[in-house]
Design a binder for this molecule. Structure first.
Ligand code: SAM
Length: 330
């Protein structure tokens, strides 16, 4: 089967740059399979759980910043409030969450134009609260945001910047991490919120250092995920590469460790101060009985009506690779 922009497609050939991104982010170039097929995924419990964590993060940190937006006249019922930047938006998996948060305007950007097209199409077909949205494709770790959006689009600062499951790709080099943070902070209002989800580098390093010294391959994982490092020791805080495989989602993609203390130090140069960091298991433990987030676990298919988890042990272990964070702009 041919897909628009896929190698071999007769509809729209890919540029060389796009081809490179296709190879790097194959997960991203997967077909947009639709709800029915997604429900049949062997890791649907894990996917639902990741979505639930993002919903909790948005409710706890993004929502207050959107509602307090000085630019949209507060939270006028029905009208929406605040402006958000979804950087590394992928196929637009969070568009509905922003609708539920009743945002007024969204700018979404991703390096993979195939995904951006899918995100735009998803927004066009979206039901529920409608907000204004602009979509653009850009390498946000090499280029300034102003290359993708006009000064008019950026004139009003963001209340929230969201980077879900994508920031760690910037930590290949210091230059990329700096460009990424500049893009996060430059158009974020003082008091605005930066939220994200990244792999827990400290935990991955612990696993790596626990591996026996005489094995050939520096890898660990289970039936759902596998992480493979090239080197046991790495000097410096950028470019510590590993390959990540996640069943039915990510096919052995190179990623980079985000050493938390270094990230915090670098972010402070961009006037961003940490206000929250938790492992995904902690997010679950602390919010499973919450009056809103508890019932949301059932509605989002993380647990069934009897309270049974939709995730088996291996999915649960894979879920805890990640941490959720929030920063505030000074
Ligand atoms: N945020 C989405 C979500 O939570 O569903 C997508 C997450 S996906 C695992 C990672 C995304 O990061 C991909 O869509 C990829 O194209 C994007 N990405 C990687 N490097 C990027 C870059 N340099 N600039 C912009 N987006 C990038």
């Amino acid at each position: 089967p041919t897909r628009r922009s896929e190698p071999g497609s007769i509809l729209k050939p890919m540029s060389q740059a796009e081809m490179k991104m296709y190879e790097t982010y194959r997960d991203n170039a997967r077909p947009d399979v639709g709800v029915e097929q997604r429900q049949g995924s062997p890791i649907i419990g894990l996917k639902n759980f990741n979505n639930w964590v993002k919903s909790v993060l948005i409710s706890r940190f993004a929502l207050p910043a959107l509602q307090a937006s000085p630019y949209m006249g507060g939270n006028v019922p029905g009208r929406g409030s605040g402006k958000i930047l979804d950087m590394g938006c992928g196929k637009g998996g969070d568009l509905n969450k922003w609708s539920k948060a009743r945002v007024k305007e969204l700018l979404a950007v991703d390096v993979a134009s195939v995904s951006v097209d899918q995100a735009r199409a998803r927004w066009e077909g979206m039901k529920g609260h409608r907000y204004a949205a602009s979509f653009a494709s850009l390498d946000c770790y090499r280029e300034p945001l102003s290359k993708a959006f006009s000064s008019h689009q950026l004139a009003l600062p963001f209340d929230v910047v969201s980077m879900q499951f994508c920031m760690h790709y910037a930590f290949e080099t210091e230059e990329k991490a700096c460009r990424m943070l500049d893009n996060v902070s430059r158009w974020l209002r003082p008091g605005g919120i930066f939220i994200g989800t990244i792999p827990n580098a400290e935990q991955l390093l612990e696993h790596l250092h626990e591996l026996p010294s005489d094995i050939d391959e520096l890898s660990f994982g289970n039936s759902i995920y596998r992480i493979r490092f090239d080197e046991r020791e790495h000097h410096g805080v950028y470019g510590h590469k590993y390959c990540f495989f996640l069943k039915d989602a990510i096919e052995d993609v190179p990623e980079y460790l985000v050493i938390w203390d270094n990230f915090v130090q670098l972010a402070s140069k961009y006037d961003l101060q940490p206000i929250y960091k938790e492992e995904f298991h902690q997010v679950f433990d602390k919010n499973q009985e919450h009056q809103d987030f508890g019932p949301l676990l059932t509605r989002m298919g993380v647990v069934d009506a009897n309270g049974e988890s939709a995730m088996d042990e291996d999915q649960w272990e894979a879920a805890n690779i990640y941490v959720a964070f929030a920063f505030q702009k000074q």
